[in-house]
Design a binder for this molecule. Structure first.
Ligand code: ADP
Ligand code: MG
Length: 675
């Protein structure tokens, strides 16, 4: 990236505000045609009849057949919204927003009015809303306030095949709700996979199949494994562009960073090619893509040009981009995995399953015959890839869902109806953590602290930190830190050609070696002191968009403080109190310095390092706590703060013993003279 480009996208960036999607014009006639051209349209009446006849219905159909955008509209047209809202859950935030925007447009209404969406920290609905798209996680939270879903007439659990942890928990909960709410219609919709399994789980609910219109897709493999799949992907894009007839290209990559690198590489290599080559327009799509750029990927390709979409596996089934004829599949995705030995959760680049590979290839054959280029060998596909990806519930940390279930009054988790139960050890680990955080008592019952924690749509460690801030009289600072940690985008901005300046601007916030949490607080308070100035952000290499989002999240957390009766106590200069509050949430994430300069996590010892972007990466404090571990070339701790070892005993005497925090172990850093 050159700096100028990024400044532009900086300036255009605004807060994620649903008004950006404002549609005031009446329904465009072409949209009516487009709706009627979808495969599902022919089955409209049959589908409505099936919904009328059955309380629970499993619906399958190829991605792009119109399930997500059309079914809620059909039901609305058929009058279901007279009795209550139609809710439609999506595993991904971007999908919820983008689909809601599309449906609002198709219905000729303003987004947020009749059609809205609700995702964490962002509610774009109103009194008028009758079609509500939301993440599965948000519906779980809604159940806390409305356990029988009384305000809904229909619930569609969409993209069920994704089997996210929240969707899996919803399955168990809604199965129970439909028993005592015979007027509630439940639709489970998915891309063709696993329909039988869903039907079995919901007491043999009928399956409604929307026949796909899939054109043939020619699949090719590489002869030998690719050493660098990113490079191979770029070369393949260019080869297609130069040698193949018209048609857009979809490339599956693993994350934002990789997508940005790929765009940079593509731009560079295009510059090197002869000018007679047609234009290549590049689009990105990933989970944290700013709203204003999401809509762009759906714009038609300019005449004479070719579109390349660099996407994460969000484009596998959640979003359909029309016009794709070529798919490039390097065979990887980023997946949350929990190391069972160390209990550490990280996002890892992992080979995809055969089912995913088939879905990806299918994206090339929606509107005509297509081609899929797999950047792995046929041997790998047949012999090394798993058939299906294990559901998330079997590979992640369960603390959050266990807390939600406990709050919903589901005490005996062993009796909960899971479609695929999580490993018992994982459940026990979650209970242990919640007990350590004092959210549960010894008998596994929700405590007062736990009840307060559950009010916050945050990881239990973050909510524990907020609840603890009451005692340390620093709730104002702590919700700022929690908001800054929850933004999801980078806070700092580091253009390559001004790296030194950017680094020194960043280090300003670290003055006094305060640690990353306090540095985040400093960024926010300095910005606030300038009355939230955009210019200040530019001057300090801070991303405006991230800051606005942090402010928005902070406002919401402030509102929640009131609900749980924690007093807002702003403006303490007592850094130690703030650090202790952080430690109260994150004491399980502690590590100590070893002689060789690396760190070792205190419980379940594992070697870790301070992330190079941390303000403490050159400091070597003896004891630290960290926000999260990320595995790249090494296991890195990200967002690190120095603590005193005795705090661990003071704050978590039930978790740490003296021997855990003694400095004198032989392997450990001894006295300075010992070096
Ligand atoms: P399914 O849920 O069966 O995969 P969808 O209802 O998501 O299918 O998609 C139906 C059609 O709507 C597709 O052709 C897709 O390209 C289009 N579509 C969906 N979202 C948008 C959007 N935000 N902008 C433009 N078109 C969209
Ligand atoms: Mg869909």
């Amino acid at each position: 990236f050159v700096f100028e480009d990024d400044v532009n996208h900086f300036i255009n960036a605004t807060t994620m505000d649903c008004d950006e999607f404002k549609v005031e014009s009446p329904i465009e006639p072409t949209l009516v045609d487009e709706r009627e051209a979808l495969p599902i349209y022919t089955f409209r009446d049959q589908l409505l009849k099936a919904v009328c006849d059955h309380q629970v219905l499993v619906i399958t159909g190829e991605t792009g057949s119109g399930k997500t955008t059309q079914i809620p509209q059909y039901l609305h047209e058929a009058g279901y919204t007279k009795r209550g809202k139609i809710g439609c859950t999506q595993p991904r935030r971007v999908a919820a927003m983008s689909v809601a925007a599309r449906v609002a447009q198709e219905m000729g209404v303003k987004l947020g009015h009749e059609v809205g969406y609700s995702i964490r920290f962002e509610n774009c609905t109103s009194e008028k809303t009758v079609l509500k798209y939301m993440t599965d996680g948000m519906l779980l939270r809604e159940l806390l306030g409305e356990p029988d879903l009384a305000s809904y007439s229909v619930l569609m659990v969409d993209e069920a095949h994704e089997r996210t942890i929240s969707t899996d928990i919803l399955f168990g909960l809604v199965k129970d709700i439909v028993r005592f709410r015979p007027d509630l219609k439940l639709l489970i919709s998915s891309a063709t996979l696993d329909a039988k399994k869903f039907s079995d789980f919901f007491d043999s609910a009928p399956i409604f199949e929307i026949p796909g219109r899939q054109y043939p897709v020619e699949i090719s493999y590489t002869k030998a494994p690719e050493a660098n799949y990113l490079d191979a992907a770029i070369v393949t894009v260019l080869q297609i562009h130069v040698t193949q007839p018209d048609g857009d290209i979809l490339v599956f990559l693993t994350g934002q960073e990789e997508i940005e690198t790929a765009e940079e590489m593509l731009n560079q290599r295009m510059k090197g090619l002869a000018s007679k080559i047609a234009q290549l327009v590049i689009f990105q799509i990933y989970g944290n893509l700013p709203t204003e750029r999401q809509a762009k990927i759906f714009e038609p390709t300019p005449k004479g040009a070719r579109k390349v979409v660099l996407a994460t596996n969000i484009a596998e089934t959640s979003l359909t981009i029309d016009g794709i004829k070529y798919v490039i599949d390097p065979g990887f995705c980023k997946m949350k995995t929990c190391n069972p030995r160390t209990e550490m959760e990280s996002l890892l680049v992992t080979p995809i399953s055969k089912a995913s590979a088939m879905q990806r290839a299918g994206r090339a054959g929606r509107t005509g015959p297509g081609k899929c280029f797999r950047l792995y060998t046929a041997y790998d596909y047949h012999n090394d890839m798993e058939d299906n990806t294990a559901p998330e519930i079997q590979r992640t940390n369960l603390a959050n869902v266990v807390l939600t279930l406990k709050t919903l009054g589901i005490n005996n988790l062993m009796n909960f109806e899971f479609m695929d139960p999580p490993p018992v050890e994982a459940l026990l680990k979650a209970l242990e953590l919640l007990y350590a955080l004092s959210a549960l008592n010894k008998s596994g019952e929700l405590t007062k602290i736990g009840r307060k924690m559950a009010e916050f749509p945050l990881d239990p460690k973050l909510s524990r930190m907020i609840v603890a801030s009451d005692r340390y009289k620093c709730s104002g600072e702590i919700i700022t830190i929690a908001a800054m940690l929850s933004v999801g985008y980078d806070i700092f901005y580091c253009p390559k050609n001004r790296k030194l300046l950017a680094d020194s601007a960043k280090m300003n916030f670290h003055r006094g070696h305060v640690g990353d949490h306090i540095a985040l607080l400093n960024v926010y308070t300095s910005w606030k002191e300038t009355n939230f100035s955009t210019q200040w952000c530019y001057d300090n290499f801070v991303q405006v968009r991230s800051m606005k989002r942090a402010r928005d999240i902070r406002d919401q957390l402030e509102g929640l403080l009131e609900r749980v009766e924690i007093e807002l106590t702003p403006n303490t200069s007592d850094i130690e109190a703030i650090k202790k509050a952080i430690t109260s949430g994150f004491f399980t994430h502690s590590s100590r310095l070893l002689k060789n300069g690396s760190y070792q996590t205190v419980k379940h010892p594992q070697t870790v390092y301070i992330h190079p972007t941390s303000g403490l990466s050159h400091e070597h404090p003896k004891w630290v706590i960290y926000n999260e571990l990320v595995l790249t070339t090494k296991e890195y701790m990200r967002q690190v703060t120095e603590i005193k070892s005795e705090w661990l005993l003071e704050i978590a005497p039930h978790y740490y013993q003296l021997k855990d925090v003694e400095d004198s172990g032989s392997k450990l850093l001894g006295h300075k003279e010992g070096h």
